[in-house]
Design a protein around this ligand. Structure first.
Ligand SMILES: [Zn+2]
Length: 419
């Protein structure tokens, strides 16, 4: 995995070999992988008795008892107070992820808005601060975020393991840089380093679409699903991919940028690339608002939320506009399913606001894919588990994902406890 900016240790990936490493380091890698497996399983299944946990992850009960003991001493796991009684023998005392010791911070940088929050190790919101900003410049926004983080750390009462941050556009997670964020005007912005220097905490950054995909994977509509696509269609469009349980970012961290995917239809607006049939200009919320204005449905000052409201109150023209858009997105979804063969597709952004539009989208995708093997996946298209204010929580999922992959990197006490 990537090294968070601000942690010295490079975490073992657990999947690659390390021929140059000493035997003790290799044993450390295996131990860390086992810690990670246990924590992931408990996140997935909830409180579980050690014997059942051992069976689920194919490990001996003795090993599970030893490893869960170390995780509990480090504050990552807890024994659940109410033991599940068996008919005979010792009671099974379930272990669970500890929600009261550690937390992570999530920060989302939007246009004139920074949303920061603390979530616990199960992704539950503990505290949040939303600030309105007057600038789009990196330095003052990072200073504002750092003030919010300090306030949240004090309020939450949790030991904070790190900061996950996200924004729209092209974010290079491994370089810790926002390569291009057109809405904020950022180019090659060193966000991870700036946030680390301002907060003193380990920092990982990612694109907001990928952050949302990770949130769906850890505690949302795709919980427990290892191969899925998160398709976001709002003011911006994009897809986040999780393959084999890990985010797929591509060779340049640009995977899932669907802005210039050619689609059927033509916008009155020209895309930055000069075309009028790019997905971002034809399929986004801004186009819905433009068409609604052109049809006299909303005024020049009103926006897409007013179209949603009209459709919700039964206006047939507003409904038609949104249904057409849902069908368009259904075709894009069918294309993604055909290429990537996911178990599940999660739909987020404005497109998922009225749930019947996800049904239209699903029907279109099923029709497109009826003859192919993707037809089954098309039936598994679900709306996002999160509302429109989840961007801060999703940013927290970026660092939470790293904590679950590599607990010893973030909780050094775990290494000391291992014996
Ligand atoms: Zn374009």
């Amino acid at each position: 995995m990537k090294e968070p900016t601000g942690t010295r240790e490079v975490a073992a990936s657990g999947t690659t070999s390390h021929p140059g490493k000493s035997r003790s380091t290799q044993l450390g890698d295996i131990r860390e992988q086992n810690y990670s497996t246990i924590m992931r399983e408990l996140m997935r299944s909830g409180p579980t008795a050690r014997t059942d946990l051992a069976a689920a992850i194919r490990m001996s009960t003795g090993s599970v008892t030893r490893l869960t003991g170390a995780l509990a001493r480090a504050g990552l796991l807890t024994e659940v107070a109410e033991p599940a009684q068996r008919a005979k023998g010792r009671p099974k005392v379930p272990v669970a992820i500890d929600e009261s010791t550690y937390g992570v911070v999530g920060v989302h940088f939007g246009l004139y808005r920074v949303n920061a929050c603390v979530i616990d190790l199960r992704g539950q919101l503990v505290a949040e601060v939303h600030t309105t900003e007057r600038t789009t410049r990196l330095e003052p926004l990072v200073r504002s975020a750092a003030r919010s983080v300090r306030k949240l750390v004090d309020e939450s009462g949790l030991t904070i393991l790190g900061v996950g941050a996200s924004t729209g556009g092209w974010v290079d997670s491994s370089a810790g840089r926002v390569q291009s964020q057109p809405v904020l005007g950022w180019q090659r912005a060193p966000l991870a380093t700036a946030l680390h220097q301002a907060t003193g905490l380990p920092v990982l950054i990612d694109s907001q679409v990928r952050a949302l995909a990770l949130a769906e994977h850890w505690f949302g509509a795709a919980a427990g699903v290892d191969n899925f696509i998160h398709l976001f269609v709002g003011n911006v469009v994009g897809a986040g991919f999780v393959f084999n349980g890990a985010p797929y970012r591509g060779a340049h961290s640009a995977a899932g940028g669907l802005d210039h995917l050619p689609v059927a239809g033509r916008s009155s607006e020209t895309c930055v690339c000069g075309s009028r049939n790019c997905f971002v200009v034809v399929g986004g919320d801004l186009e819905v608002a433009r068409r609604a204005r052109a049809a006299g449905l909303i005024s020049a000052e009103q926006e897409v939320y007013d179209v949603f409201r009209l459709a919700g109150s039964g206006d047939p023209r507003a409904r038609r506009l949104l249904q057409d858009r849902a069908a368009l997105v259904g075709k894009v979804t069918a294309t993604l399913i055909e290429i990537l063969d996911p178990e599940l597709v999660v739909i987020g952004g404005g497109i998922s606001a009225p749930v019947d539009h996800v049904a239209i989208l699903r029907d279109t995708a099923v029709q497109e894919l009826a003859a192919g093997r993707g037809g089954d996946a098309a039936t598994r298209i679900l709306p996002s588990a999160f509302g429109p204010h989840a961007l801060g929580i999703a940013a927290g999922a970026v660092i939470l994902d790293a904590v679950y992959r590599s607990p010893e990197t973030f909780v050094p006490a775990l290494t000391a406890n291992a014996g």
